[in-house]
Design a protein around this ligand. Structure first.
Ligand code: DAT
Length: 176
């Protein structure tokens, strides 16, 4: 029996996924599963892309590597893509969004520049992750949340905590 839900927090780099996941994990006891850490530590990649300064993810290896722990439930997947995860793996998709001026400053502060900065800015402005989430999952499990300031984070986390509590009430005694 699965006693806690499986959540993905997605969005363009810099929107605040990690910030949300860390606070949620702290408040709820759910596990924060940072895919960027998994890719690096478990070597689920085909090498380093110099231009984008990021790992080229081996999605099959990644999915094999995390399947068991995800299926146990009680985890919050933190990743800037969501369409690779099978529908059956996910109970709630949170798409974190951010004002583009705010995002630009965060990415620049992180050292992003050139093509990497431009492509991430375009991705946020064009709502690429929101579209990907809506195409990959049932509409009713996709939630878009704004993350421009720290009040937003607190409000969003409270909202997700309330959703988790409701999921637990609805699924007490449910099969995985
Ligand atoms: P991501 O995991 O989506 O790449 P992050 O959580 O690492 O993003 O946040 C990027 C930076 O922006 C980090 O310095 C924390 C800050 N930040 C994120 N969300 C914020 C918010 N709602 N208000 C203020 N700062 C925020």
């Amino acid at each position: 029996m699965r006693s806690a839900p499986k959540i993905i927090v997605t969005g363009t780099p810099g929107v605040g996924k990690t910030t949300h996941c860390e606070l949620l994990a702290q408040n709820t006891g759910l596990r924060h599963l940072s895919i960027s850490a998994v890719v690096k530590e478990r070597e689920c990649h085909d090498g380093w892309d110099d231009e984008f300064r990021s790992w080229v993810v081996d999605e099959d290896k990644l999915l094999d590597s995390i399947e068991e722990e995800v299926q146990q439930g009680g985890c919050i997947i933190d990743w800037h893509a969501c369409d690779l995860f099978p529908k059956s793996w996910i109970d709630l998709v949170v798409v974190v969004r951010c004002d583009s001026t705010v995002l630009y400053d965060r990415l620049a502060a992180r050292g992003y520049s050139g093509k990497k900065l431009d492509e991430n800015m375009d991705s946020e402005i064009m709502e690429v992750l929101l579209e990907e989430a809506r195409e990959s999952y049932d509409e009713e499990i996709v939630v878009e949340l704004r993350s421009d300031n720290s009040d937003d984070v607190e409000g969003n986390v409270e909202r997700i905590e309330a959703w988790i509590k409701q999921w637990k009430r609805d699924n007490s005694g449910a099969d995985p």
